[in-house]
Design a protein around this ligand. Sequence first.
Ligand code: PMP
Length: 463
Amino acid sequence: MEYVMTRTTAEWQAADAAHFLHPFTDFQALAKKGSRIITSAENIYLRDSEGHRILDAMSGLWCVNVGYGRQELIDAATRQLRELPFYNSFFQTTTPPAVELAELLAEVMPPGFQHVFYAGSGSEGNDTVVRMVRRYWDLQGQPERQVIISRWNGYHGSTMAGASLGGMKYMHAQGGLPIPGITHIEQPYWWLHGRPAGLCRAEFGKVAAGWLEQKILEVGPEKVAAFIAEPIQGAGGVIVPPETYWPEIQRICDQYGVLLVSDEVICGFGRTGHWFGCQTVGSRPDLITFAKGVTSGYIPLGGVMVGERVAKVLIEQGGEFEHGYTYSGHPVACAVALANIRLIRELKLVEHVHDELGPYLAEQFAQLGEHPLVGEAQTCGAMGALLLVKDRASGEAFPGELEIGMLCRGHCFGNGLIMRAVGDRMIIAPPLVMTLAQVDEMVALIRRCLDLTLADVRARGWM
Ligand code: PMP
């Protein structure tokens, strides 16, 4: 539907600057510059207040898996809003959409996942994980198993527990994080940690997994509750670990009885070419955090899928689990999720990513990997990254203060493409409905932006 402008861009920007504090934003700097105003969207394209058409290669914020404007989801929300816009699931009550979604999630999840705990977002899902794994070990008679291990440059959300699990040091620096009982190991980023050490990817994958074993031994296995990680790091820069990494992580978790938590907030619901990222990397988690793609972002919903090992203890041994949110099992969110998952099935989007979109994107990114600015090109299903480097042969990086990623991102915005910069990694995670012709369109735009960035770099004498 065409958006009717009720104010000018400048008017929106002024009101935005006057009242709206944006997430992860330097408020003063944005107020000076003015926000971009997105007014409508269809399929994989956004429209801004100036009438520009923009190809959204980030699916909003990694979430609009079925693309924008799907009538099925709109109808599901409308119907549910009329029937029952809200009721809670505390006090021994439930609602039909929350039950039906729990059933459907159990169908699409890997085998062994029969139970769900609902939350409102990925961060709340991970807060639930922290409470739940500690509760599990309490019930198991091992209350000293409190410590959760996660990874530097992992992302698990922005609440106190989510940000603590995450390995973003700049987030820890604000607000006295991490909270007690959370400790980090280094990430499996071959370019940064394996390549300079002269290790091939396969060797490095085992070395990086070994850091988990070292940490478990350092903390004491009897004190370690769980290890949490994204199958493929998303917000950290779409870092695809070597194939040897996850099997070794699984072996270590098994050996020490440590619970494995797969944070699938990004990787879930088809992103990697399977329903869940753990199926792509071959791990067998005990808990799965989900959000984003469960509703394709049309409405907030998150949660934790609870595998047999934990569910059995919580249900058979536990008394009351003192945790939950007003919006746990929100009927409208659950109705939208039901319609969304049915649509993913109907459109065969997981198969599309696995058989067509993923392989084609991999081919195209391999070609972009030959560009003079690109050191490493990686993809996994419908996500990808291009690492910008000063010297392809030596792998020398651009000095950080040049902010090469931001320079490239500026060209993307200027050319009608949303691509995100994470440091020097330019990343994409397009809607799963993207056609191969649309991949061509996106890749042509990316190539143009790389060329423009290269021209800038040369003009400024940086290369
Ligand atoms: N986990 C992962 C892997 C994520 O990528 C994100 C969000 N990008 C979160 C958790 C947090 O989700 P939310 O922003 O919905 O709280």
